[in-house]
Design a protein around this ligand. Sequence first.
Ligand SMILES: [Zn+2]
Length: 220
Amino acid sequence: MIAGHYGVAYLLKGGARPKWSLTTLIAAVWLGDYLCFVFTLAGVERQVLNPSFTRMFAYQITYGPYSHGLAGAAVTSVVAALAGARMAGPRDGAILGGAVFSHYLGDIIVHGPDMAIFSGDGPKLGFGLWNYPLFADLVECGMLAAGAVLYLRATRAKNGVGRSGLLILAVIAGAITIALPWIPPPPTTTQLCVGSLALLGGTLPLIAWLERQREPLPAG
Ligand SMILES: [Zn+2]
C-alpha cells in the first residue's frame, strides 16, 4: 500500500488531532516498511523479485515475520503506544500505536499472501487487491483523499506554500500508486531497499517543512 498509508496519517492528524505532527504520523504509518527494508539489508528478513506475484508490485516477502507479520506488527505497535504514552499521554500513545499497526492492516488488503501470522515459515495472509489495479487505486486514493480533506479542513495555510504544498504531495502519492504497474521494479532487492529507504526517509524533512506552512484551526 502507498497512497492509503499516507491517507491514514492525514486522517489521524485531521480527525483525532493528536499532539504528534503529521510528519511523525507519516513516519509511524511507514514504520513497517522501514523495518522491512533494514531487516532485509541486514539479512534478517527476505524478499524476492517475483513479477507474477501481484499485478501492481513485483516483490514478494518470503520471510518477514517481524516487519509484516501479525504478531510482529502487534509487538511494534504496543512498543510505539507505550513510548508514545510516556511522551504525550495515553490517548496520543494509542494513536501512535494505531498508526504503526495500520501499516499491517493496510498492507494485508493489497499484498498477495506473503504476510506472516506468527512465524515467517507458517501460514501467510494477503487479500491481493494489488491484482485488481482499478479497485486498488479506488481504495488507496479514496483513503488518501478522505484523509487529505479532513487534514486540510482541520488546519489553515499560513502562506501560498501552505495552501498547496501538502496537497501537491498527496496528488504525487496518488499518481505513484496509480502508475505502479508501469514503473519498472528495481532489479535487485538491495536496490529496492536502499532506494525506498532514501525516498521514504528523504521526503520526511520536506513534509515537515510543508507542515510548518500550515497551522491548526480550533476544534469544532
Ligand atoms: Zn509494507
